[in-house]
Design a protein around this ligand. Structure first.
Ligand code: B12
Length: 208
């Protein structure tokens, strides 16, 4: 694990910011910095599962990561500006789930690529996704979920889009740390994105 990931996993707030500033000054790619932060957050999650960390540490890690993202956001917005995409994209974290740091990174990158993003927020009721697809005419719907008990909720959204007769009008992409190809198949989504960049590339393909 890199020094930054380790500092984040240890919740050494000041050290994290120092390392970020240093990496930015050295001209590191912000996406690599995010990847390293991700590794640190995965470690925080493991420590939580092992009951070495508790909910307060989970909250603290999120606060640190949010501050980190404030530093990285301006760099991210410009990163893909040369490879412009376009079109409407709806995105939200499914009902029962309030994790949004990853979703917000995806949004920053999408906007930086020229997409018009409709952010429905977190804990989004299934009907709201359906309404939004109907009203906006967006060709892409992105669902974020980090809890394994929200997999059935993603399936519920896909089924509801089907029932509303909209399934052939919209491509559905799912993402979030525990999501993989099996979950995509189970939920009936079109794509699974392993990270924000993969997600943006899929959106570009769809709107190409
Ligand atoms: C921070 C955190 C929290 C914070 C969230 C704050 C916030 N505003 O988001 C708080 C403290 C609120 C929290 C709460 C809980 N959490 Co939590 N949390 C985490 C932690 C440590 C990091 C998540 C994170 O931000 N990662 C960094 C971001 C950048 O990564 P990411 O979200 O994966 O996003 C990237 C990609 O996945 C992708 N992506 C994400 N979404 C999408 C969507 C689309 C469309 C696309 C294209 C791409 C994409 O792009 C991003 C950038 O590349 C994880 C550990 C882990 N392994 O993930 C646990 C974790 C997700 N939490 C967990 C749990 C259990 C909980 C709680 C139930 C704890 C509790 N007992 O209360 C609650 C649930 C609350 C709820 N109802 O949602 C478990 C889930 C286990 C499981 N698989 O079900 C984890 C895995 C920890 C663990 N190992 O136990 N948590």
């Amino acid at each position: 694990m890199g020094d930054l990931a380790q500092a984040l996993a240890n919740l050494e707030e000041k050290k994290v910011y120092q390392l970020i500033d240093q990496k930015i000054t050295e001209g590191a790619n912000p996406l690599d910095i995010i990847q390293e932060c991700n590794d640190g957050m995965v470690r925080v999650g493991e420590l939580f599962s092992e009951q070495k960390y508790f909910i307060s540490q989970l909250i603290y890690s999120a606060e640190i990561l949010k501050q980190v993202m404030k530093k990285l956001d301006p760099l991210l917005s410009g990163i893909q500006a040369d490879s412009a995409g376009g079109g409407k994209i709806i995105i939200g974290t499914v009902k029962g789930d309030i994790h949004d740091i990853g979703k917000n990174i995806v949004i920053t990158l999408l906007k930086g690529s020229g997409f018009d993003v409709i952010d429905l927020g977190v804990d989004v009721p299934t009907e709201k996704f359906v309404e939004s697809v109907k009203e906006s005419g967006a060709k892409v719907l992105g669902l974020s979920a980090l809890l394994n008990f929200t997999y059935p909720v993603m399936k519920e959204v896909v089924d509801a889009i089907n029932a509303a007769g909209l399934r052939d009008k919209v491509k559905i992409i799912i993402g979030g740390t525990p999501i993989n190809e099996q979950v995509r198949e189970y939920a009936g989504a079109d794509y699974y994105a392993k990270d924000a960049v993969a997600g943006v590339n899929i959106c570009k393909e769809i709107y190409a």
